[in-house]
Design a protein around this ligand. Structure first.
Ligand SMILES: N[C@@H](CCC(=O)N[C@@H](CS)C(=O)NCC(=O)O)C(=O)O
Length: 202
C-alpha cells in the first residue's frame, strides 16, 4: 500500500511532516482533509480528529506531528533531523515542543480574531503575551548559531518555521523587523524547495 498523509494546507503541524517527507524524499499520497467537516474515512484513521495523520506503507498509523516526525526519522534515518546523542535529542524535542506551543497560541489568537466583537480581550491578551514571550527567546537562541541547535537544521527548526509561517499568514510579517535574527533565519530557510512548496496560503 502507498504511504498516505492526511493534512490541511494551512496546518502548521501538518507542514512539519510535509517538509520532513520532502527532505527525506519519501513518496506520499497527500490527502487534503476538511477539518471543519470530518469525513468518516478520516475519523476512522484518526479518532482524535486532528491532522496530521500518517499511514505508512505497512499500515502503521500515527497521529500527532511530533510522534510522526520521530517515527519518520527513526524509520528512514537519512538525512537525520534529530541528533543521535541522547541529551542533544532531548534538547531538540524540547525546542520542537516550544515551537508547537507557539503554534497553539497563534491559532488560539486567530480564533479570537475571527470572533470579531465577540472576542474576549483577556483571552486575546493572554495568547498575544505567550507569543511575545516566545519570539524573543527564539531570536536570542539564533544569536549563537545559524540554526536553533547548531550548524545544521533539525526538527526544531522545521517546527518553528512552520509556526512562524502560520503567524505570517494570519498576522503579517512585521515580526521579522522586531526579531531580525529570526527573520533572517526564516528567509534563508525559504531557499529550500520543501519549505517554499509548503507555504500556507489564505
Ligand atoms: N498536537 C497536534 C495538534 C494537531 C492539531 O491541532 N491540528 C489541527 C489543525 S492545525 C486540527 O486538526 N484541528 C481539528 C480539530 O481540532 O477539530 C499535532 O502536533 O499534530
Amino acid at each position: 500500500m502507498s504511504r498516505v498523509l492526511y493534512y490541511a494546507q494551512r496546518s502548521p503541524y501538518a507542514r512539519k511532516v510535509r517538509i520532513l517527507l520532502a527532505e527525506k524524499n519519501l513518496p506520499c499520497e497527500m490527502k487534503e482533509t476538511d477539518i471543519m467537516n470530518k469525513s468518516p474515512e478520516f475519523l476512522q484513521v484518526s479518532p482524535i480528529g486532528k491532522v496530521p495523520v500518517l499511514v505508512d506503507e505497512d499500515g502503521t498509523t500515527i497521529w500527532d506531528s511530533t510522534l510522526i516526525m520521530e517515527y519518520l526519522d527513526e524509520t528512514y534515518p537519512e538525512p537525520g533531523f534529530y541528533p543521535s546523542d541522547r541529551k542533544e535529542r532531548l534538547e531538540c524535542r524540547k525546542w520542537e515542543n516550544l515551537a508547537d506551543t507557539l503554534a497553539d497560541n497563534i491559532i488560539f489568537l486567530w480564533y479570537q480574531q475571527m470572533k470579531g466583537d465577540n472576542a474576549d480581550p483577556k483571552d486575546r491578551a493572554k495568547y498575544q503575551a505567550a507569543i511575545d514571550r516566545l519570539l524573543p527567546v527564539l531570536d536570542e537562541k539564533l544569536a549563537a548559531s545559524s540554526y536553533l541547535l547548531g550548524d545544521s537544521w533539525t526538527a526544531a527548526d522545521i517546527a518553528v518555521l512552520s509556526a512562524l509561517g502560520y503567524y505570517s499568514l494570519r498576522f503579517g510579517e512585521d515580526w521579522q523587523q522586531q526579531y531580525p535574527k529570526l527573520g533572517e533565519w526564516f528567509k534563508n530557510l525559504h531557499e529550500r524547495e520543501s519549505v517554499k512548496s509548503t507555504v500556507p496560503v489564505g
